[in-house]
Design a protein around this ligand. Structure first.
Ligand code: HEC
Ligand code: HEC
Length: 323
């Protein structure tokens, strides 16, 4: 009898395991949201030429715009003076915040925009990265790994200075969201997707393909470069229904906590007009529990019933907001 029971148990667990495998695979971090450089990736060499961007008198070499202890600042007159942690970091382990998040806090799809986020929220996120409560689903991606490394090494004083600076910046909206069955063919150009040259189209499927409209300007860290996010047809309407709470079995109205127009409220961050790839990764990471900071519980409940298709729709719709 005992024998039969344990056999039965093995059979049942094997069946369950089989049944679970496809479900788990469907929830794997999707490659389009987490672009990883190919093993033979080689950054373009610096030929010494001086880079320029519109409406700036500055000239910088490729090595300068790639220096992790330097925030390219094309238009210093457009913002307050950067604290040193944002402009140059602190060698050897604190990279300049502005190197990745840009001098004007606009960020890119490979990281996050920070302009206008609440001070308390920024400080809390730094603490969550430091403690390990906020991690990343694909550890091999350098931008996340270096964010976490920087958060572990930076002083509380510098975190506060950076938080005050980024919070004081005016958010700008640089994403165009386009519903389409097709997207440009892309390659991974340094942890983000860029349109292939020569150009070509491919079927979009269930993805968001977010690419800079001007790769040269984007790689020069020009904060005014726009991006286009290609999203599946129907996403914007499906996203609007979820965001506004019209499908309350699936998710509550986001404005309850994120405020009117979703621009943030007290220590709750803005979710309006930010990179759809970034927003998707956050929803996904709340769901799988990789983002589990002290205030993440509210979001874990919010996303519990959302699948990846819902998350694509929400991220697409939120990307259309402009202030
Ligand atoms: C190597 C690039 C890099 C550097 C340098 C960097 N970050 Fe980040 N940062 C990132 C990435 C990538 C993310 C998104 C991580 C994720 O998906 O969780 C991020 C996320 C954040 C967030 C969370 C934003 C949000 O909306 O939740 C904050 C806050 C932040 N960074 C602040 C800073 C500060 C302050 C500094 C400087 C002390 C800094 N970062 C330096 C890459 C960087
Ligand atoms: C009950 C309150 C609550 C509701 C409802 C809510 N949120 Fe949030 N949301 C939060 C809090 C609090 C945070 C910060 C979490 C943290 O610190 O980890 C957050 C963070 C986020 C983030 C991460 C932003 C960033 O800068 O990284 C996203 C994306 C997000 N919410 C999307 C949504 C969407 C979409 C909805 C509606 C479907 C929604 N939220 C509904 C409370 C809420």
């Amino acid at each position: 009898m005992q024998m039969t029971n344990s056999l039965l148990l093995i059979f049942v667990s094997a069946t369950l395991a089989c049944m679970q495998t496809p479900a788990r695979a469907a929830e794997d971090p999707p490659a389009w949201a987490y672009p990883v450089n190919p093993p033979d990736f080689k950054p373009i060499p610096d030929d010494g030429s001086i880079r320029r961007v519109p409406d700036s008198t500055l000239g910088l070499t490729l090595s300068q715009v790639r220096d992790p202890f330097f925030a390219p600042d094309w238009r210093p007159e457009a913002h307050a003076q950067m604290p040193s942690v944002v402009a140059s970091g602190l060698k050897p382990n604190v990279f300049a915040c502005g190197f990745c998040h840009r001098a004007e806090g606009t960020g890119g799809p490979e990281n996050a925009s920070l302009a206008g986020l609440p001070v308390a929220y920024i400080i809390q996120q730094m603490a969550d990265y430091k403690s390990g409560a906020r991690s990343t689903a694909v550890a091999s991606r350098a931008p996340q790994a270096f964010m976490i490394k920087t958060a572990k090494a930076v002083s509380d004083e510098d975190v506060r200075a950076a938080a005050l600076y980024f919070s004081g910046l005016k958010p700008t909206f640089n994403i165009n969201v386009v519903e389409s069955d097709f997207a440009p063919k892309t390659y991974v150009a340094g942890w983000f997707l860029a349109a292939s040259v020569p150009s070509g189209q491919e079927s979009l499927g269930q993805r968001i393909v977010e690419v800079p409209d001007d790769l040269y300007g984007f790689e020069s860290r020009d904060t005014r470069v726009t991006l286009t996010a290609y999203v599946p047809p129907g996403s914007l309407n499906a996203g609007r229904i979820l965001v506004t709470g019209q499908d309350s079995n699936k998710a509550p109205a986001c404005a309850t906590c994120h405020g009117k127009d979703l621009r943030g409220l007290d220590a709750v961050p803005s979710i309006a007009g930010r990179s759809p790839s970034y927003i998707f990764r956050q929803l996904y990471e709340f769901k799988i529990g990789i983002r589990a900071g002290s205030s993440s519980g509210l979001m874990k409940d919010t996303v519990a019933k959302l699948d990846q298709g819902d998350m694509i729709a929400i991220a697409a719709y939120l990307g259309t907001f402009k202030w």
